[in-house]
Design a binder for this molecule. Structure first.
Ligand code: NI
Length: 375
């Protein structure tokens, strides 16, 4: 190695010294910034309203600066609180009462206050206001329960039950059914399984025994998934009988208590042969086609509504994987995941043998499309 000349050595030392002093300056600047930030945080609450108002405020509409009266319960399940409009808010109305802005309806109790986070009776009608003070409309989870408010926000006590959804899984059991049962159990969720005889033979009945003991509903989905419209009455009956016999081996001697026809292909004659309540669905996730976790999640969560029957297939890994997101998300939105018989009972529907049910959502009820009992 060549020895460095004195000149080169001086230059190197000068360079190193410069780097050291630059580093020192940078460290000093960072420390000073940190000090100022901490100081500002500590001082902010004492600097008066102007600071606080800059942070609150709801697009200049209204922001709770101070509650005149706290809501009875933090989760909104009690009487509404009364919150004070931010002082910076230009009072957007001439008189107290109902107000509307681009987010929704709210209620001004006085010139500067409004209802928030709870129920309030106005003109003998019960309404609910969310934590920002806006009127609740439609199904709303409040304190872990479902409440229904009509299009004017008026509370309908007739529909006072949990927001329920029925997840249904067809074509199993399969290689991933046990994993799905684990997820359901983890979140206290119940589901309905429409089983195929051939898959009970292939994958065994261990999953069926678990379904029975863990509170799931067991359904019959034929022996080997034919288009039953093309079968003779005798063959159709055999399709159900073989599967019931297989189920019974793992279900304390009982066959399935509900039926879903393969492809939903049904007739009055087939319903009579099934001789149990039969079920279609509100939401077809098309999981058998997509085999994609994200599209399954979106298919269920986008547009989910209380009372819906959701169709999935536990024979696909992507479906079982998607349920690890779908189930906790529905639970966190306040939904209770129940079996089809529980959903029907909560909707005030008494299930009949040989009748097909389509769903129990408000859309089904409004369209008179709950079942084919009248047809
Ligand atoms: Ni099927």
């Amino acid at each position: 190695m060549k020895r460095e000349t004195l000149k080169q050595r001086r230059r190197r030392l000068r360079r190193e010294k410069a780097i050291r002093s630059c580093t020192r300056i940078a460290v000093c600047v960072i420390a000073a910034l940190a000090l100022v930030t901490v100081g500002w945080k500590i001082a902010a609450p004492f600097l008066g309203d102007s600071y606080g108002q800059a942070e609150t405020g709801n697009d200049g509409q209204k922001g709770p600066i101070a509650e005149v009266q706290a809501a009875e319960n933090e989760d909104g399940s009690g009487n509404a609180g009364i919150a004070q409009l931010a002082e910076t808010t230009e009072v957007p109305y001439e008189a107290p009462g109902w107000q509307y802005d681009n987010t929704g309806w709210w209620y001004a109790v006085s010139d500067t206050t409004y209802y928030q986070n709870g129920f309030a009776v106005i003109d003998d009608k019960t309404y609910h206001f969310d934590s920002s003070g806006y009127l609740s409309v439609g199904w709303t989870p409040i304190g872990g329960k479902g409440y229904y408010f009509d299009e004017n926000g008026v509370y309908d006590p007739e529909k006072d039950h949990s927001m329920m959804i029925a997840l249904t899984f067809d074509d199993g059991p399969g290689a991933h059914t046990g994993e799905l049962l684990d997820t359901l159990k983890q979140y206290g969720a119940k589901a309905t399984f429409f089983l195929q005889g051939v898959n009970i033979e292939q994958y065994g009945g261990e999953a069926i025994a678990r379904m029975a003991s863990e509170g799931h509903l067991i359904g019959n989905h034929s022996y080997d998934h034919p288009n039953m419209l093309k079968l003779s009455a005798e063959d159709a009956a055999t399709q159900f009988q073989k599967t019931d016999d297989l189920i019974a081996q793992y279900n304390n001697g009982s066959g399935a208590s509900v039926v879903r026809f393969p492809y939903g292909n049904k007739s009055k004659e087939l319903e009579a042969i099934a001789a149990r309540p039969c079920f279609m669905w509100d939401v077809d996730t098309m999981d058998w086609e997509s085999r994609n976790v994200q599209s399954n999640i979106q298919a269920v969560l986008n547009g989910v509504e209380p009372g819906q029957i959701i169709l999935m297939h536990d024979i696909y890994q992507a479906t079982v994987e998607a349920c690890k997101t779908i189930i906790p998300e529905l639970v966190s939105r306040g939904y209770e995941l129940v079996t089809l018989d529980t959903l029907a009972a909560a909707s005030g529907v008494e299930l009949q043998n040989g009748v097909t049910y389509y769903g129990f959502s408000q859309a089904d009820i409004d369209a008179g499309n709950v079942s084919d009992a009248e047809n």
